[in-house]
Design a protein around this ligand. Structure first.
Ligand SMILES: [Zn+2]
Length: 87
């Protein structure tokens, strides 16, 4: 990850532990995706709940890095809305 935005110069990692808040967003997004996958699997297959839970988590795993980036972007937007960094 870059230290700052090449276009506007925004500092991405403002302080140590800055992206800790993004983990909460990532958790919520991850849970929503897993539940959506589980519902889709259940509608398609009507498997037992334990089998659906395992498959939903396995299908979610390749999406985890993208969700981490998305959560960080959302965290930066939230942080800049509440406490903007002036360059
Ligand atoms: Zn920028």
């Amino acid at each position: 990850m870059r230290g700052c935005c090449p276009t506007c110069g925004l500092h991405f990692n403002r302080e140590p532990g800055y992206f800790l808040g993004a983990m909460y967003i990532s958790y919520g997004l991850g849970l929503a995706v897993i539940v959506a996958l589980a519902v889709a699997l259940w509608l398609l297959t009507r498997w037992r709940l334990d089998k659906i839970a395992i498959w939903a988590v396995l299908l979610f795993l390749p999406l985890a890095p993208m969700l981490t980036f998305l959560a960080r972007v959302l965290w930066i937007y939230l942080d800049q809305t509440i406490d903007p960094e002036n360059q």
